[in-house]
Design a protein. Structure first.
Length: 272
């Protein structure tokens, strides 16, 4: 079996995830995935998305999909909490593949700017996590000063999320050069010495939901919120890293002042 004998479209990959393929075609597509690891990884990610939303939002994920983007916009305006319905809307848009084009391919994939920032964050992670005596400029014991100093330098309020419930202690942080000015960099350490980092900088790129990028033994989850990017990097244990990234994401999103929430981006916790 080769590519010419078995062309598989993206619509068919989505249909496989949704359980909408005939048995014969499903076997063909599964055979295709066995010899095309990139497509197999995409399908696995989509299935993980659907399961994550099902676990987090229960029966809401099974609501009928709105017929158009304007219906989704109305839902987002009419219901609360916004993050809950944004996840349902994202699932609806994901299921009715025709809406994918509305986002624009660059924004949906994160775009080259977002991936460039993520690559810089991963490089910084690799550079500093191996340091024993000088991994950071300001130690975690001075967290208040660290956050105030970094916020002033990057001209954006940044916070070090509390990851103690996940067994991670704040080692400290440092100032780094970023693609559009200064970048803030926080480091955490686990009981067995594993380290995770949070990189924050201006993005100059469209908003994204939570997304995943691997780079050998290191991987990262990243998102962009109103022209500011966040990258959580760590060992390439996706499940563990995802829990760390989700905790950071939720804490940083929830720090938006209430008076600003009517105008803030409707963030979507959607892992790709």
């Amino acid at each position: 079996m080769n590519d010419r004998q078995l062309p598989v479209s993206e619509d068919e990959l989505h249909a496989l995830v949704d359980g909408e393929l005939s048995d014969d075609r499903r076997h063909d597509v599964e055979a295709w995935l066995a010899s095309h690891p990139e497509d197999a990884a995409r399908v696995a990610g989509w299935r993980a998305q659907a399961e994550l939303i099902r676990l987090r939002y229960g029966g809401a994920a099974n609501q009928p999909a709105p017929e158009d983007r304007f219906a989704i916009d109305r839902l987002l305006r009419q219901h609360r909490p916004a993050r809950w319905l944004a996840a349902v809307a994202a699932l609806a848009m994901f299921a009715i593949g025709g809406l994918a084009g509305w986002f624009g391919r660059g924004a949906w994939d994160g775009g080259p700017a977002a991936k460039s920032i993520t690559t810089e964050a991963i490089d910084a992670h690799k550079l500093y996590v191996v340091e024993v005596r000088h991994p950071v400029e300001v130690p975690g014991e001075e967290a208040a000063h660290l956050q105030q100093w970094l916020s002033r330098r990057v001209e954006h309020e940044v916070r070090a999320p509390d990851l103690q419930p996940l067994g991670l202690k704040l080692v400290g942080g440092r100032l780094l050069p970023g693609p559009k000015g200064a970048a803030a960099f926080f480091m955490y350490e686990g009981p067995s010495g594993e380290r995770f980092t949070l990189y924050c900088s201006r993005a100059g790129a469209p908003d994204t939901a939570l997304r995943y990028q691997a780079a050998g033994a290191v991987a990262a989850f990243y998102w962009i919120d109103r022209d500011f990017s966040y990258v959580v990097s760590g060992p390439a244990d996706r499940d563990r890293l995802q829990k760390v990234a989700e905790s950071a994401y939720e804490q940083l999103e929830n720090r938006v002042p209430r008076r600003d929430r009517s105008t803030q981006r409707r963030s979507t916790l959607l892992v790709q």
